[in-house]
Design a protein around this ligand. Sequence first.
Ligand code: ATP
Length: 319
Amino acid sequence: MKRIGILTSGGDAPGMNAAIRAITRKAIHEGLEVYGINYGYAGLVAGDIFRMDESTVGDKIQHGGTFLYSARYPEFAQVEGQLKGIEQLNKFGIEALVVIGGDGSYHGALRLTEHGYNTIGLPGTIDNDIPYTDFTIGFDTAVNTVLESVDRIRDTATSHERTFVIEVMGRGAGDIALWSGVAGGAEAVIVPEKDFSMRKIADKIRAGRNRGKKHSLIILAEGVMHADEFAKELGEYGDFHTRVTVLGHVQRGGSPTARDRVIASQMGAYAVDLLQQGKGGLAVGIENNKIVSHDILDLFDAKHHAELSLFDLNNSISY
Ligand code: ATP
């Protein structure tokens, strides 16, 4: 194998650039040639492909987003789209690929491997919702971004004796809410994985107020319901001077944390090792602090499990 390609796909995540840098530098160090593919599978099919050298990835490690850009391109689920992509790979003499993205991107990676182009997937998504990895690239940065906002909101909540419902990302997985909730000392964390009782939350806030507590923070994962709706329902159990903050896309940006840069670098270098061993159709992850890989097919049958012990922990220490 002489030439590999790299693309980023699906939602962007801080640390993707650190991963691209690690893959590129490691591959060049091993004597390989590296090609960047812009705009995910859309750019692959369009032939938006360019040669990268060690300098192309210089001064990128500290930036959020992905300098290879990302795109949604549902046409890649069809064989026709995949064959067009393969035509481009052949044209550029690219023999293997690394794809950085989420679950959908892994489907594309598996299809390419089935067509004879070994492809390795790296978990790049802030939601942490990928099986067989304790952490995805971008999750730690997103949690820290949320935490910074939670701390700021707490200042104003205390000054005005308000309750804040802070909506964070996480459609199917409550990881961002759980980690930022524990770290931010939120009185309640509402996640898709756990039922909740609005009455109990109201009672908890009331008990805190009766003790002289000045603020209440509720972290709500977006997959449960909208923050406005939540605040309205809470209002049926009493007037808690509730305000709503929806953090939105601010959670996707920003300079990656040290942790995200390090795991992105470890995973990127590992992906190159796997390709050099002639392996494909694998997803890289980190489990118990070790970089590992699993068949992408196994991931599709598995379910991500959020660290729900944090939910119980939060209930026992934040009230
Ligand atoms: P995130 O969860 O962070 O949004 P993702 O990788 O799951 O990331 P998707 O939009 O689901 O995001 O997928 C990214 C791209 O992967 C799609 O736009 C498409 O090009 C490709 N893709 C998705 N599903 C398939 C599939 N079944 N077969 C081939 N390619 C696919």
